[in-house]
Design a protein. Structure first.
Length: 292
C-alpha cells in the first residue's frame, strides 16, 4: 500500500533508493520534521506553558491580583491554536489514522473539555457567591454573609476536585514499542501538549480557588468582627469602634470585589480555552473517522 508515501517531500540528505533496505533511524517524511515551522511553533508553545507557573526566581508564588491566572489561560489558548495549525497539515494527519493510541488521546481531550466546562460553572457560582457576600457585608447582615460564605466554600471544594482531576489527565501510559518513527513523533508531541495543558489547567483551577479563598478569609474576619460589637462598645469609645468596623468592612469589600473582577476576566479566557479544546478534539475525531 502506497498511501503512507502520498505527498512525500524531498529533504536534504534523504536516502538513495539503493539504501532503502538498510537499517535507518531517520525520521519518516510522512510527518514534518521538528524543523517544520508548525512543529517548532507547537514545541515552543508547550515549553512556554510548562514555564508559565514559574516566576522569574523559579519559584511558584501566589497570583498577583489574578494576572498570573489570566496569563495561564492565554498561554493554554496559544498552545491549542498551534496544535490546531499542526492538525491541519495533511503530512501530520496521516500517522494518526491507524494509531491505536489515538483513542486515549481523544478521551484526554474530552476529559479536559469536561474539566474546563465544569470550571466555568464553578467560576460562575463563585462569582455569584462573592457578589452575595459583598452585598451582605455592605448591609451588615451576618446571617446572609454566613450563608454566602458556606456556599462559597462548597464551590471552592468543587474547584479543588477539578484541579485533582486535571492532574490525573496529565498521566499517560508509555507508548507501545516499535512504533514507526512518524507515528511515534506525532504521538509524543500530542501527548506532551495534553500533559502540559492538564498540568497548567490544574494550576489555574487551584489558583482561582486561592484568590477566592483569600477574599473569603477577609470577609469571614469581618463577620467575626461584627459579632464582637457589644464587647467593643464596652471597651472602646464609639469613635474608635466605628473606625475599627469601617476599616475591616472596607478591606473585606475591596477583596471581595477584586476576587469577583478577577473571576469575570477569567471567564473570557476559560471560554476561549474550552472552545479550542472542543475544536481540536473534533479535528482529531475527523482525522480518525473513516472517510465515507
Amino acid at each position: 500500500m502506497v498511501a503512507a508515501f502520498r505527498g512525500s517531500i524531498s529533504l536534504p540528505g534523504s536516502p538513495n533508493p539503493s539504501e532503502e533496505n538498510k537499517p535507518r533511524h531517520a525520521r519518516s517524511t510522512s510527518l514534518p520534521s521538528l524543523s517544520h515551522p508548525a512543529v517548532s511553533h507547537l514545541h515552543g508553545q508547550i515549553c512556554a506553558l510548562r514555564s508559565w507557573p514559574l516566576q522569574p526566581d523559579g519559584r511558584h508564588s501566589p497570583p498577583p491580583a489574578g494576572e498570573w491566572i489570566v496569563a495561564g489561560f492565554t498561554v493554554i489558548g496559544r498552545l491549542h491554536d498551534a496544535l490546531h495549525d499542526l492538525l491541519r497539515l495533511p503530512l501530520a494527519r496521516d500517522p494518526l489514522r491507524p494509531a491505536p493510541w489515538a483513542d486515549r488521546l481523544l478521551d484526554a481531550f474530552l476529559r479536559l473539555a469536561d474539566a474546563h466546562g465544569s470550571f466555568r460553572s464553578a467560576a460562575l457560582a463563585l462569582r455569584q457567591h462573592l457578589s452575595e457576600a459583598r452585598a451582605a457585608t455592605r448591609r451588615h447582615d451576618p446571617g446572609r454573609l454566613s450563608s454566602a460564605l458556606r456556599a462559597h466554600r462548597r464551590a471552592e471544594k468543587a474547584l479543588a476536585r477539578l484541579a485533582s482531576a486535571a492532574k490525573d489527565i496529565a498521566k499517560h501510559p508509555p507508548l507501545a514499542p516499535g512504533l514507526p518513527a512518524d507515528e511515534a513523533e506525532i504521538a509524543d508531541i500530542l501527548r506532551e501538549a495534553v500533559a502540559a495543558t492538564a498540568t497548567a489547567s490544574a494550576a489555574v483551577f487551584a489558583g482561582v480557588a486561592a484568590v477566592s479563598s483569600a477574599a473569603e478569609t477577609v470577609a469571614a474576619s469581618a463577620l467575626k468582627g461584627s459579632s464582637t460589637v457589644g464587647t467593643l462598645m464596652r471597651l472602646s469609645s464609639t469613635t474608635k469602634k466605628v473606625a475599627w468596623e469601617s476599616e475591616r468592612e472596607t478591606a473585606a469589600l475591596e477583596r471581595l470585589e477584586e476576587a469577583k473582577e478577577c473571576i469575570e476576566r477569567l471567564e473570557k479566557g476559560s471560554e476561549r480555552v474550552l472552545r479550542s479544546l472542543m475544536n481540536n478534539r473534533v479535528s482529531l475525531l475527523n482525522i480518525l473517522s473513516p472517510s465515507l
